[in-house]
Design a protein around this ligand. Structure first.
Ligand code: ATP
Ligand code: MG
Length: 578
């Protein structure tokens, strides 16, 4: 393809709408254009790379034995009613009506549709195991669509669903998908971290996410450099350091006046103690019943953990009126001593003494509290988000680190929830009817594409892996007005096409500087420059974008050299990513 015939509207200015490097580069390199919040058009170069990601995904799914299907994006709402997810999904679903007034939704994911397919057409263990997949547009009314393709309202996902008759089967199906994901991301030139994830609202057991570590990531990732433990922040456990025991801790607890001090920082400053010395008492409503939740002053409650520990269907912080009613004090002064509520404390508070709590009285706190002695009946559970520096939950000496990650893939064991709700069942070997065990597996295809750029760019532009570049080779004719230069470039272009190399030929009548800049921005893994100076020495220049390593070849031999270099690059990149 000739640059002069392509549509590559590169931008010199940094577009205002973009906050992170990959989003800026997708706009600047002319890969995508914004229609409105969370909605993007793929321009020719962006679409070429997107198709390459899809192709890799398809090859690896097929290789793992999954079967491609295509399900409707438009779905009747009542199938979501039957699994209880019409409500659970909340505002994320796009709702519409057909002309008969029937309620419809645009699919944010496809567990319901796939399970109904199985209910219709899978009846016996003999038909199992089966894994179906599709590459399809999903719709989610995200609260904060941002960062371009990272969090869009319409995006492409590869979603797969497995059906098995027993646990051993689902373990094998899950493992096959997990292994396929490792290969997919490696082939995309991405370094990913596999982390334990929460099973959240989907309802299920094992769950892992594939994270691309990047500052722009919206997910927290906790890991232990010693033993390799890694988990999504929501799911992660940790061992916070024990509370420091201060002098006089064993003395009787006492109330002290703390006028106007209600936040952890204010109280700590007023009493001249560290925030760690404080114990926060929060009043939650678990299925509308109040409960006191105690966590260290410098920690945040992880509500997913709390909800699970309480076994609650619904969980919310109590409002001001309710807090006043149950503690007898305004917000900010709750404490466990004398509070007549069920009390749940974070594991790290076991044995805590010499700490500061609220006194259930306005403008007062209680010091030298020994929880076991003064707080009445307490249950303990892991309730907080870990922080960098906490002890590793798996090994003795490891200290946790905290990083940011972009979730590009997610694998999940779903159990029988969907099969039961939608009436899917199979006859097992013993002739008994039972719901199949399901797994679901998602790759954010469009998000993966952008994550590659987030991980692989420099100040000049995109450093595409050869497997995903819109064109892996950029051929630059440095002077189109010079007949010999143009003829040599034309000949090399023809030779590259004959050699089956995808090449973009910059045949524009532009200065070399402009062409070099654009080539770096668009990010050809190999840039081939044909110029008068080189030709006078009988060579063209071949430069590797990622390393800057430059090589020369006679024009006649260049096409073959480029083809080999490219194959080497692809092999090296996927080995590096693995
Ligand atoms: P997130 O936590 O980022 O909202 P999710 O866990 O809700 O994502 P899944 O239901 O697991 O997403 O979807 C599978 C994959 O689809 C994700 O791993 C992610 O790569 C991608 N994805 C999810 N939501 C979006 C979105 N709004 N825009 C682009 N890709 C998305
Ligand atoms: Mg997910």
């Amino acid at each position: 393809m000739r640059w002069s015939r392509q549509f590559i509207p590169t931008l010199r200015e940094v577009p205002q709408e973009a906050e992170i490097p990959s989003h800026r580069l997708m706009l600047r390199a002319g890969l995508i254009r914004r229609l409105s919040g969370g909605l993007y058009t793929f321009l020719p170069l962006g679409l070429r790379s997107l198709r390459k990601v899809e192709q890799i995904v398809r090859e690896e799914m097929d290789r793992a034995g999954a079967l491609e299907i295509l399900m409707p994006a438009l779905q009747p709402a009542d199938i979501w009613q039957r699994t209880g997810r019409l409500e659970a999904m909340g505002g994320v679903m796009f709702h519409i009506r057909d002309r008969q007034g029937r309620a419809m939704v645009l699919g944010p994911t496809h567990e319901e549709v796939t399970t109904l397919l199985a209910a219709q057409d899978i009846d016996s263990y003999r038909q199992l195991p089966r894994t179906f997949y599709q590459v399809q547009t999903k719709f989610r009314d995200e609260i904060r669509p941002r960062f371009g393709l990272m969090r869009a309202k319409e995006f492409i996902m590869k979603d797969a669903y497995s059906f098995d008759v027993d646990e051993a089967g689902v373990d094998a199906s899950y493992e096959a998908m997990r292994a396929a994901y490792v290969r997919i991301f490696a082939r995309c030139g991405l370094r990913t971290r596999v982390v334990e994830a929460d099973t959240g609202a989907m309802g299920g057991r094992d769950s892992q996410e594939f994270m691309v570590l990047a500052e722009a990531g919206e997910d927290g990732v906790i890991d232990c450099p010693d033993c390799g433990y890694a988990a999504n922040l929501e799911r992660a456990e940790g061992r916070p350091p024990a509370l420091p025991v201060v002098e006089g801790a064993d003395g009787p607890s006492a109330e002290v006046e703390t006028p106007g001090a209600r936040t952890v920082e204010q109280v700590a400053a007023f009493l001249e103690v560290s925030p760690r010395q404080l114990v926060k008492t929060l009043i939650y409503l678990a299925d509308d019943r109040p409960v006191a939740v105690l966590v260290p002053g410098d920690r945040e409650v992880n509500e997913i953990k709390l909800q699970r520990a309480l076994g609650a269907g619904r969980l919310a912080l109590a409002d001001e009126a309710r807090i006043v009613e149950v503690t007898g004090a305004p917000v900010g002064f709750a404490g466990p001593a004398g509070l007549d509520l069920p009390k749940l404390a974070d594991e790290s508070l076991r044995g805590a003494r010499g700490c500061v709590t609220g006194a259930n009285r306005a403008d007062a706190h209680r010091v030298r509290v020994d929880l076991a002695r003064d707080a009445g009946a307490l249950a303990y559970a892991d309730l907080v988000f870990p922080c960098a520096g906490d002890g590793c939950p798996r090994c003795a000496d490891g200290r946790l680190r905290e990083e940011r990650g972009i979730e590009v893939g997610h694998v999940f064991k779903l159990g029988t929830k969907y099969a039961e709700a939608l009436g899917a069942s199979v006859l097992d070997e013993g002739g008994r009817r039972r719901p199949p065990l399901m797994g679901c597996y998602g790759v954010g295809v469009t998000r993966t594409l952008q994550a590659v750029i987030e991980q692989r760019h420099d100040a000049q532009g995109i450093c595409w892996p050869a497997a995903l570049a819109p064109y892996p080779v950029g051929l630059l004719c440095l002077n189109t007005r010079d007949a010999a230069c143009a003829a040599a470039a034309d000949a090399l272009y023809a030779a590259l096409i004959d050699a089956g190399v995808e090449v973009l030929y910059d045949d524009r009548d532009e200065r070399p500087g402009v062409k070099f800049k654009d080539a770096d921005l668009v990010g050809f893994p190999l840039r081939v420059a044909v110029g008068e100076r080189g030709l006078s020495r009988g060579v063209v220049e071949i430069r590797e974008r990622a390393t800057g390593v430059t090589d020369e070849a006679p024009p006649e031999a260049a096409a073959e050299r480029i083809r080999t270099r490219l194959a080497e690059l692809v092999a090296k990149e996927s080995a590096d990513g693995a």
